[in-house]
Design a protein around this ligand. Structure first.
Ligand code: SAM
Length: 327
Protein backbone atom coordinates (compact mmCIF):
# COMPACT_ATOMS: atom_id res chain seq x y z
CA UNK A 1 0.00 0.00 0.00
CA UNK A 2 1.21 3.53 -0.74
CA UNK A 3 0.72 5.65 2.35
CA UNK A 4 2.14 9.09 3.07
CA UNK A 5 3.15 10.59 6.40
CA UNK A 6 -0.37 11.92 6.90
CA UNK A 7 -1.79 8.38 6.56
CA UNK A 8 -3.39 9.11 3.21
CA UNK A 9 -3.65 5.94 1.14
CA UNK A 10 -2.69 6.55 -2.51
CA UNK A 11 -4.60 4.25 -4.84
CA UNK A 12 -5.31 6.49 -7.84
CA UNK A 13 -2.83 7.07 -10.67
CA UNK A 14 -3.25 9.56 -13.48
CA UNK A 15 -1.10 8.72 -16.48
CA UNK A 16 -0.40 11.35 -19.09
CA UNK A 17 0.37 9.43 -22.27
CA UNK A 18 1.39 12.47 -24.31
CA UNK A 19 2.17 16.13 -23.77
CA UNK A 20 0.85 17.00 -27.25
CA UNK A 21 -2.59 18.41 -27.87
CA UNK A 22 -4.63 19.27 -30.95
CA UNK A 23 -6.18 22.28 -29.18
CA UNK A 24 -4.41 25.45 -28.07
CA UNK A 25 -6.13 26.59 -24.88
CA UNK A 26 -3.84 29.21 -23.44
CA UNK A 27 -4.68 28.47 -19.81
CA UNK A 28 -3.46 24.91 -20.28
CA UNK A 29 -0.70 25.08 -22.89
CA UNK A 30 0.62 28.65 -23.03
CA UNK A 31 2.55 29.57 -26.15
CA UNK A 32 5.55 30.71 -24.13
CA UNK A 33 5.69 27.55 -22.06
CA UNK A 34 9.25 27.08 -20.81
CA UNK A 35 10.81 24.24 -22.76
CA UNK A 36 14.08 23.18 -21.08
CA UNK A 37 14.74 19.57 -20.18
CA UNK A 38 11.16 18.49 -20.58
CA UNK A 39 11.06 19.09 -24.34
CA UNK A 40 13.98 16.73 -24.90
CA UNK A 41 13.01 14.00 -22.44
CA UNK A 42 12.34 10.54 -23.87
CA UNK A 43 8.69 9.53 -23.74
CA UNK A 44 7.39 6.24 -22.33
CA UNK A 45 6.58 3.58 -24.92
CA UNK A 46 3.59 1.25 -24.53
CA UNK A 47 5.56 -1.46 -22.74
CA UNK A 48 7.04 1.05 -20.33
CA UNK A 49 3.64 2.57 -19.54
CA UNK A 50 2.35 -0.93 -18.90
CA UNK A 51 5.33 -1.94 -16.75
CA UNK A 52 5.25 1.21 -14.63
CA UNK A 53 1.46 0.90 -14.24
CA UNK A 54 1.83 -2.68 -13.03
CA UNK A 55 4.26 -1.60 -10.29
CA UNK A 56 1.70 0.95 -9.10
CA UNK A 57 -1.08 -1.65 -9.26
CA UNK A 58 0.97 -4.13 -7.22
CA UNK A 59 1.41 -1.34 -4.67
CA UNK A 60 -2.35 -0.92 -4.32
CA UNK A 61 -3.53 1.36 -7.15
CA UNK A 62 -7.10 0.50 -8.11
CA UNK A 63 -7.95 3.40 -10.41
CA UNK A 64 -6.08 4.69 -13.44
CA UNK A 65 -7.08 7.73 -15.46
CA UNK A 66 -5.52 8.23 -18.88
CA UNK A 67 -4.89 11.87 -19.68
CA UNK A 68 -2.51 14.18 -21.57
CA UNK A 69 -1.92 16.56 -23.44
CA UNK A 70 -4.72 15.07 -25.46
CA UNK A 71 -4.47 11.30 -24.95
CA UNK A 72 -6.39 10.45 -28.12
CA UNK A 73 -3.83 12.14 -30.41
CA UNK A 74 -1.20 9.56 -29.54
CA UNK A 75 -0.91 7.12 -32.45
CA UNK A 76 -0.87 4.04 -30.23
CA UNK A 77 -3.58 5.32 -27.87
CA UNK A 78 -5.84 2.33 -28.63
CA UNK A 79 -3.10 -0.13 -27.72
CA UNK A 80 -2.32 1.76 -24.50
CA UNK A 81 -5.99 1.80 -23.47
CA UNK A 82 -6.33 -1.92 -24.13
CA UNK A 83 -3.08 -2.77 -22.34
CA UNK A 84 -4.03 -0.74 -19.27
CA UNK A 85 -7.47 -2.36 -19.25
CA UNK A 86 -5.84 -5.70 -18.45
CA UNK A 87 -4.93 -4.43 -14.98
CA UNK A 88 -7.44 -4.96 -12.17
CA UNK A 89 -8.34 -1.26 -11.98
CA UNK A 90 -11.18 1.09 -12.76
CA UNK A 91 -10.03 2.71 -15.99
CA UNK A 92 -11.13 6.22 -16.98
CA UNK A 93 -10.04 8.90 -19.43
CA UNK A 94 -10.01 12.68 -19.71
CA UNK A 95 -10.18 14.04 -23.25
CA UNK A 96 -11.11 17.16 -25.17
CA UNK A 97 -13.59 14.99 -27.05
CA UNK A 98 -12.47 15.79 -30.60
CA UNK A 99 -11.44 12.22 -31.55
CA UNK A 100 -13.83 10.29 -29.32
CA UNK A 101 -15.84 8.93 -32.29
CA UNK A 102 -12.76 6.92 -33.33
CA UNK A 103 -12.48 5.34 -29.87
CA UNK A 104 -15.97 4.36 -28.72
CA UNK A 105 -15.45 0.70 -29.64
CA UNK A 106 -12.02 0.67 -27.96
CA UNK A 107 -13.49 2.14 -24.77
CA UNK A 108 -16.14 -0.59 -24.82
CA UNK A 109 -13.61 -3.33 -25.45
CA UNK A 110 -11.50 -1.97 -22.58
CA UNK A 111 -14.47 -1.88 -20.22
CA UNK A 112 -13.84 1.85 -19.76
CA UNK A 113 -17.15 3.41 -18.71
CA UNK A 114 -16.29 6.89 -17.47
CA UNK A 115 -15.21 9.65 -19.85
CA UNK A 116 -14.47 13.22 -18.83
CA UNK A 117 -14.77 15.67 -21.70
CA UNK A 118 -13.44 19.22 -21.42
CA UNK A 119 -15.68 21.92 -22.86
CA UNK A 120 -15.48 25.50 -21.61
CA UNK A 121 -18.21 27.08 -23.70
CA UNK A 122 -21.51 26.17 -25.31
CA UNK A 123 -20.99 28.89 -27.90
CA UNK A 124 -19.19 27.91 -31.07
CA UNK A 125 -17.34 31.24 -31.42
CA UNK A 126 -16.22 31.31 -27.82
CA UNK A 127 -15.12 27.69 -28.05
CA UNK A 128 -12.98 28.72 -31.02
CA UNK A 129 -11.51 31.66 -29.16
CA UNK A 130 -10.38 29.39 -26.31
CA UNK A 131 -9.17 26.41 -28.33
CA UNK A 132 -8.16 28.13 -31.62
CA UNK A 133 -9.81 25.19 -33.39
CA UNK A 134 -13.22 24.80 -35.05
CA UNK A 135 -14.25 21.57 -33.33
CA UNK A 136 -17.26 22.64 -31.27
CA UNK A 137 -19.88 20.63 -33.18
CA UNK A 138 -17.67 17.56 -33.28
CA UNK A 139 -17.28 17.65 -29.49
CA UNK A 140 -21.02 18.04 -28.92
CA UNK A 141 -21.72 15.16 -31.33
CA UNK A 142 -19.18 13.01 -29.53
CA UNK A 143 -20.64 13.77 -26.11
CA UNK A 144 -24.02 12.72 -27.52
CA UNK A 145 -22.60 9.47 -28.89
CA UNK A 146 -20.98 8.68 -25.56
CA UNK A 147 -24.35 9.18 -23.87
CA UNK A 148 -26.11 7.10 -26.52
CA UNK A 149 -23.63 4.34 -25.72
CA UNK A 150 -24.35 4.60 -21.99
CA UNK A 151 -21.01 6.01 -20.90
CA UNK A 152 -20.86 8.05 -17.70
CA UNK A 153 -19.95 11.49 -19.07
CA UNK A 154 -18.55 14.34 -17.02
CA UNK A 155 -18.05 17.70 -18.71
CA UNK A 156 -15.14 19.74 -17.33
CA UNK A 157 -15.62 23.51 -17.51
CA UNK A 158 -12.80 25.80 -16.39
CA UNK A 159 -14.63 28.93 -15.24
CA UNK A 160 -12.85 32.21 -15.95
CA UNK A 161 -14.34 35.46 -14.72
CA UNK A 162 -15.80 37.69 -17.46
CA UNK A 163 -14.97 35.03 -20.03
CA UNK A 164 -17.40 32.15 -19.51
CA UNK A 165 -18.96 32.72 -16.07
CA UNK A 166 -21.99 34.06 -17.96
CA UNK A 167 -22.54 30.52 -19.30
CA UNK A 168 -22.82 28.71 -15.96
CA UNK A 169 -26.61 28.66 -16.13
CA UNK A 170 -26.53 27.38 -19.72
CA UNK A 171 -24.45 24.42 -18.59
CA UNK A 172 -26.91 23.80 -15.75
CA UNK A 173 -29.81 23.98 -18.18
CA UNK A 174 -28.09 21.27 -20.24
CA UNK A 175 -28.28 18.88 -17.25
CA UNK A 176 -32.07 19.19 -17.19
CA UNK A 177 -32.84 16.70 -19.94
CA UNK A 178 -29.41 15.20 -20.44
CA UNK A 179 -27.68 12.81 -18.04
CA UNK A 180 -24.37 14.64 -18.03
CA UNK A 181 -22.36 15.63 -14.99
CA UNK A 182 -20.99 19.14 -15.33
CA UNK A 183 -17.93 19.98 -13.22
CA UNK A 184 -17.05 23.63 -12.85
CA UNK A 185 -13.31 23.97 -12.19
CA UNK A 186 -11.74 27.03 -10.58
CA UNK A 187 -9.05 28.48 -12.82
CA UNK A 188 -5.62 27.43 -11.51
CA UNK A 189 -2.21 29.06 -11.93
CA UNK A 190 0.46 27.28 -14.00
CA UNK A 191 3.58 28.49 -15.75
CA UNK A 192 2.82 31.20 -18.27
CA UNK A 193 -0.97 30.82 -18.27
CA UNK A 194 -1.72 34.46 -17.37
CA UNK A 195 -3.57 33.45 -14.25
CA UNK A 196 -4.63 36.19 -11.86
CA UNK A 197 -6.96 36.33 -8.87
CA UNK A 198 -9.16 38.62 -11.00
CA UNK A 199 -9.87 35.72 -13.35
CA UNK A 200 -10.85 33.19 -10.68
CA UNK A 201 -14.58 32.66 -10.38
CA UNK A 202 -14.80 30.94 -7.02
CA UNK A 203 -16.77 28.01 -5.69
CA UNK A 204 -19.01 30.42 -3.75
CA UNK A 205 -19.55 32.69 -6.74
CA UNK A 206 -20.54 29.68 -8.85
CA UNK A 207 -23.04 28.55 -6.21
CA UNK A 208 -24.45 32.08 -5.88
CA UNK A 209 -24.93 32.27 -9.62
CA UNK A 210 -26.75 28.92 -9.76
CA UNK A 211 -28.89 29.58 -6.69
CA UNK A 212 -30.29 32.72 -8.32
CA UNK A 213 -32.26 30.41 -10.63
CA UNK A 214 -32.24 26.88 -9.17
CA UNK A 215 -32.77 25.10 -5.88
CA UNK A 216 -30.16 22.40 -5.46
CA UNK A 217 -29.26 19.70 -2.97
CA UNK A 218 -25.71 18.85 -1.93
CA UNK A 219 -24.80 15.23 -2.56
CA UNK A 220 -22.68 13.32 -0.08
CA UNK A 221 -19.01 13.34 -0.99
CA UNK A 222 -16.77 10.29 -0.95
CA UNK A 223 -13.55 10.62 1.05
CA UNK A 224 -11.35 11.12 -2.01
CA UNK A 225 -13.67 13.30 -4.08
CA UNK A 226 -12.13 16.46 -5.48
CA UNK A 227 -15.49 17.75 -6.65
CA UNK A 228 -18.30 18.91 -4.40
CA UNK A 229 -21.40 17.48 -6.03
CA UNK A 230 -24.93 18.86 -6.27
CA UNK A 231 -28.24 17.73 -7.63
CA UNK A 232 -31.17 19.75 -8.92
CA UNK A 233 -34.52 17.96 -8.49
CA UNK A 234 -35.97 16.91 -11.88
CA UNK A 235 -32.63 17.27 -13.65
CA UNK A 236 -31.23 14.13 -15.26
CA UNK A 237 -27.64 15.25 -14.79
CA UNK A 238 -25.78 16.76 -11.85
CA UNK A 239 -23.23 19.49 -11.29
CA UNK A 240 -20.11 19.73 -9.19
CA UNK A 241 -17.45 22.27 -8.31
CA UNK A 242 -13.71 21.68 -8.10
CA UNK A 243 -12.53 24.38 -5.75
CA UNK A 244 -8.76 23.95 -5.81
CA UNK A 245 -8.07 27.63 -5.24
CA UNK A 246 -10.72 28.74 -2.73
CA UNK A 247 -11.30 25.49 -0.81
CA UNK A 248 -8.56 22.94 -1.48
CA UNK A 249 -9.40 19.31 -0.78
CA UNK A 250 -5.97 17.90 0.05
CA UNK A 251 -6.88 16.06 3.24
CA UNK A 252 -8.46 13.17 1.33
CA UNK A 253 -6.00 13.17 -1.56
CA UNK A 254 -5.26 9.72 -3.02
CA UNK A 255 -3.69 10.85 -6.31
CA UNK A 256 -0.37 10.41 -8.00
CA UNK A 257 0.65 11.53 -11.45
CA UNK A 258 2.89 10.08 -14.11
CA UNK A 259 3.93 12.34 -16.99
CA UNK A 260 4.44 11.21 -20.59
CA UNK A 261 8.20 11.29 -20.03
CA UNK A 262 7.89 8.98 -17.04
CA UNK A 263 8.24 11.46 -14.18
CA UNK A 264 6.19 10.93 -11.05
CA UNK A 265 4.50 13.86 -9.27
CA UNK A 266 2.98 13.25 -5.85
CA UNK A 267 0.79 16.37 -6.24
CA UNK A 268 -0.51 18.53 -9.09
CA UNK A 269 1.40 21.44 -7.58
CA UNK A 270 4.54 19.51 -6.60
CA UNK A 271 7.79 21.24 -7.49
CA UNK A 272 9.83 18.04 -7.41
CA UNK A 273 9.51 15.24 -9.91
CA UNK A 274 10.91 11.72 -9.67
CA UNK A 275 12.29 10.05 -12.77
CA UNK A 276 10.65 6.61 -12.87
CA UNK A 277 11.32 6.02 -16.57
CA UNK A 278 15.05 6.70 -16.18
CA UNK A 279 15.24 4.27 -13.28
CA UNK A 280 13.21 1.65 -15.12
CA UNK A 281 15.55 1.91 -18.14
CA UNK A 282 18.53 1.42 -15.83
CA UNK A 283 16.93 -1.81 -14.63
CA UNK A 284 16.24 -0.50 -11.13
CA UNK A 285 13.33 -1.59 -8.97
CA UNK A 286 11.02 1.43 -9.06
CA UNK A 287 8.67 0.22 -6.30
CA UNK A 288 10.74 1.73 -3.44
CA UNK A 289 11.21 4.96 -5.42
CA UNK A 290 7.44 5.32 -5.80
CA UNK A 291 6.95 4.57 -2.11
CA UNK A 292 9.47 7.23 -1.13
CA UNK A 293 7.90 9.81 -3.45
CA UNK A 294 4.51 9.26 -1.79
CA UNK A 295 6.10 9.47 1.65
CA UNK A 296 7.54 12.90 0.79
CA UNK A 297 4.18 14.39 -0.18
CA UNK A 298 3.30 17.67 1.54
CA UNK A 299 0.09 18.05 3.54
CA UNK A 300 -1.35 20.60 1.09
CA UNK A 301 -0.88 21.98 -2.42
CA UNK A 302 2.60 20.56 -2.86
CA UNK A 303 3.81 22.72 0.03
CA UNK A 304 2.88 25.88 -1.86
CA UNK A 305 0.47 27.00 0.84
CA UNK A 306 3.55 27.54 3.01
CA UNK A 307 4.58 30.20 0.50
CA UNK A 308 2.90 33.46 1.48
CA UNK A 309 2.36 34.40 -2.17
CA UNK A 310 0.37 31.31 -3.10
CA UNK A 311 -3.00 32.27 -4.56
CA UNK A 312 -1.91 35.87 -5.03
CA UNK A 313 -0.92 37.59 -8.26
CA UNK A 314 2.69 36.50 -8.11
CA UNK A 315 1.91 32.87 -7.39
CA UNK A 316 5.01 30.99 -8.40
CA UNK A 317 4.50 27.95 -10.61
CA UNK A 318 6.86 25.27 -11.76
CA UNK A 319 8.12 24.50 -15.25
CA UNK A 320 5.33 22.23 -16.38
CA UNK A 321 1.95 23.59 -17.22
CA UNK A 322 -1.20 21.47 -17.22
CA UNK A 323 -0.48 20.15 -20.70
CA UNK A 324 2.65 18.47 -19.35
CA UNK A 325 0.97 17.14 -16.23
CA UNK A 326 -2.40 15.91 -17.31
CA UNK A 327 -4.62 17.90 -14.97
N1 SAM B 1 -6.69 17.08 -23.25
C1 SAM B 1 -7.51 16.54 -22.23
C2 SAM B 1 -8.66 17.47 -21.90
O1 SAM B 1 -8.82 18.48 -22.59
O2 SAM B 1 -9.42 17.16 -21.01
C3 SAM B 1 -6.78 16.12 -20.97
C4 SAM B 1 -5.74 16.99 -20.39
S1 SAM B 1 -6.27 18.52 -19.69
C5 SAM B 1 -4.74 19.10 -19.06
C6 SAM B 1 -7.14 18.01 -18.24
C7 SAM B 1 -8.04 19.04 -17.60
O3 SAM B 1 -7.27 20.08 -17.04
C8 SAM B 1 -9.02 19.70 -18.55
O4 SAM B 1 -10.33 19.55 -18.06
C9 SAM B 1 -8.61 21.15 -18.51
O5 SAM B 1 -9.70 22.01 -18.71
C10 SAM B 1 -8.03 21.27 -17.13
N2 SAM B 1 -7.15 22.42 -17.00
C11 SAM B 1 -6.10 22.75 -17.76
N3 SAM B 1 -5.52 23.90 -17.34
C12 SAM B 1 -6.23 24.31 -16.27
C13 SAM B 1 -6.13 25.42 -15.40
N4 SAM B 1 -5.19 26.35 -15.54
N5 SAM B 1 -7.03 25.53 -14.39
C14 SAM B 1 -7.99 24.59 -14.24
N6 SAM B 1 -8.12 23.51 -15.02
C15 SAM B 1 -7.26 23.37 -16.03
Amino acid sequence: MLVDKFNRIHDYLRISITDKCNLRCNYCSPEDLPKGAFANSPRMNVDEIDQIASVFVKAGVNKIRITGGEPLVRRDAKEIILRLSKHPVELAITTNGVFVHEFIETFKEAGLRSVNVSLDSLKKDKYFSITKRDEYHRVIENINSLLANNFHVKVNVVVMKTFNDSEILDFIEWTKNTPIHVRFIEFMPFSGNEWSTEKVFSHQQILDCISAKYKFIKLVNEKNDTAKKFFIPDHQGTFAIISTMSEPFCSGCNRMRLTADGKMYNCLFAKQEVDLLGSLRQGKDIAPIIKQCVMEKYAMLGGNNENENWGKENTETRERSMIGLGG
